[in-house]
Design a protein around this ligand. Structure first.
Ligand SMILES: Cc1cc2nc3c(=O)[nH]c(=O)nc-3n(C[C@H](O)[C@H](O)[C@H](O)COP(=O)(O)OP(=O)(O)OC[C@H]3O[C@@H](n4cnc5c(N)ncnc54)[C@H](O)[C@@H]3O)c2cc1C
Length: 222
């Protein structure tokens, strides 16, 4: 089989909700700590102010804003995602939703570009999916038949985190040490959140998207 560019999997990331006027709200939280007033309401000044506060490691005001995404990716990915405990999740259930499509599986790029590996992978996925379908035909419940489904099976998951948690997630998952699928997802989330709140995500955007290391921004204080 030839290498097919159309089959390269990209996790789907859709922003469902973000706190309106998030940066303004976070600034209010910071200023409430010191009962200070901004000298100007200019966006640029607000963003500089937020960057300064974050750099100092004063992060709890970031918890006042949040963002919710709908993501479609493999169950390998969702298993890694849900390890992030300071978040809320709603995931497509294999107990209740039948996997009807034999193509509803993610093929990792390393396998896609290796003809022999791809054959092995596709045969195994097809066999397990067909066996799953046979169990369903024998009236075995979806929740038990699913034990046959591969980790590669796709899944739709909604995830909500506050901005502090998103920063933590992005710092771990945009690193090259993270696996490709969660890393690609994290990079996409970072681009979206940076558009919505550059004052909060600017340092991470500089480091991971623009590749400009800013080591001194990485210290967090409890
Ligand atoms: C590159 C990479 C490789 C990994 N490999 C493995 C692996 O091989 N095996 C494996 O099991 N996991 C692995 N993980 C998952 C990792 O151990 C974490 O479970 C995951 O990254 C979530 O991070 P977290 O706990 O900091 O996040 P969250 O659960 O969102 O927590 C955020 C922060 O809140 C605080 N916190 C939350 N809960 C507690 C608590 N109960 N007690 C004290 N403080 C708490 C901590 O400061 C924590 O950092 C890996 C992660 C990465 C990024």
């Amino acid at each position: 089989m030839k290498r097919s560019k159309e089959r390269v999997w990209r996790p789907k990331v859709k922003l469902l909700f973000v706190t309106p006027e998030a940066e303004e709200l976070i600034e209010m939280a910071y200023r409430n700590c010191w009962q200070s007033k901004p000298k100007t309401t200019a966006l640029k000044a607000r963003r500089k102010f937020l960057e300064k506060c974050i750099k100092k490691g004063h992060l709890s005001p970031l918890e006042f804003a949040s963002a919710t995404f709908l993501i479609e990716a493999s169950r390998v990915f969702t298993h890694q995602l849900v390890r992030h405990r300071l978040a809320s999740y709603a995931q497509e259930s294999q107990r209740y939703v039948e996997v009807k499509d034999p193509e509803y599986f993610v093929i990792p790029p390393s396998i896609l570009e290796n003809e022999e590996a791809l054959k092995i992978f596709e045969t195994a996925i097809r066999n397990s999916w067909e066996a799953y379908q046979k169990l369903l035909a024998l009236k075995i419940s979806k929740e038990d038949a699913r034990y046959l489904l591969a980790n590669a099976c796709k899944s739709k998951i909604m995830v909500s985190m506050n901005f502090r948690s998103w920063r933590h997630f992005l710092k771990l998952r945009c690193e090259t040490s993270a696996q490709w699928e969660i890393r690609e997802t994290a990079m996409e989330i970072l681009k979206i959140l940076h558009r919505k709140a550059p004052g909060v995500f600017g340092d991470l955007y500089q480091k991971f998207i623009l590749n400009k290391g800013q080591g001194e921004l990485w210290t967090e204080r409890d």
